[in-house]
Design a protein around this ligand. Structure first.
Ligand SMILES: [Zn+2]
Ligand SMILES: [Zn+2]
Length: 272
């Protein structure tokens, strides 16, 4: 079976998307999906700069939920629409994040690291004055630090997000090179009974791999990991379910027989 659930999507409720929710739903129907989960950005205390005004990634969760509930009812007989959020993790926000996650009845929460020691690796400044390895190590260490502090999510988003934006991207990047950090990360994820996501967005950013690297995915499976959701990270309708055939192949290659869809924070296993 192909993967028919896209569990990482951004509509115009996210500060960096202009796509109306309706367009994402129609695109999903056009691609034969059975489930979608809208996972809008909620990044508290995001660093303010010329490109990122204050509150750019502060989600108006009530408005989002209201709109989503209407669509959910409208499309109930055609597709299941789930209520999610991509929550930006930062160690000092441990308490605020936990309270926010409890405030709403989310179906699914992706915990993502977008800010490392006050900087977003999306911007070149993060890599200035150092090589990719040092920059990547700082990011992976930040994922570990957040995993130690927070548990208010279901899966870890794009574990190697930083590689998308490095000077040489994935040219000299492998699981082996960062094995020490990845193994710590994966052990923490398993200990907390969380999952990871297979994010196909990286393929659209010029990388040869989806996120995380296939060897990281394989290692998670080897260690006993079973919970994987699949997401396109689409911010535009045309990217909904992008590269999902490849995602299904990757999962099978790594030994997974199922992918997950979360509803009311409980994973449901779907055969690949
Ligand atoms: Zn993200
Ligand atoms: Zn995202």
């Amino acid at each position: 079976m192909p993967v028919t659930a896209d569990c990482h999507l951004h509509s115009s409720y996210s500060g960096d998307s202009r796509e109306p929710m309706e367009n994402l739903i129609r695109a999903a129907l056009g691609r034969g999906l059975t489930h979608i989960c809208l996972t809008e950005h909620m990044d508290m205390d995001f660093p303010v700069s010329e490109d990122t005004p204050a509150d750019l990634f502060t989600l108006n969760t009530d408005a989002f939920l209201y709109d989503l509930a209407l669509r959910k009812a409208e499309y109930a007989d055609r597709i299941k629409i789930l209520f999610g959020v991509e929550l930006g993790l930062q160690p000092h926000l441990q308490k605020e994040l936990a309270l926010y996650a409890r405030e709403y009845e989310f179906d699914f929460i992706i915990g993502s690291v977008h800010v490392v020691n006050g900087r977003d690796p999306y911007y070149p400044a993060y890599y200035e004055g150092r090589d990719d390895e040092e920059a990547y190590r700082e990011y992976f260490q930040a994922v570990i630090d957040n995993l130690k502090r927070s548990s208010c999510f279901d899966v870890c988003g794009h574990l190697d997000y930083v590689v998308r934006y490095g000077r040489h991207k994935d040219r000299d990047y492998s699981y082996e090179k960062y094995r020490d950090l990845f193994d710590t990360m994966l052990e923490l994820i398993l200990e907390k009974e969380k999952g990871i996501e297979l994010n196909t967005g990286s393929l659209r950013k010029g990388l040869s791999q989806a996120s995380p690297h296939i060897d990281v995915l394989r290692r998670y499976r080897e260690l006993g990991g079973e919970i994987v959701t699949v997401g396109s990270d689409a911010h535009r309708a045309e990217d909904v379910a992008a590269d999902f055939d490849r995602a299904a192949e990757l999962l099978k290659e790594c030994g997974f027989r199922y992918y997950c869809v979360f509803e009311k924070r409980i994973p449901e296993f779907h055969k690949i």
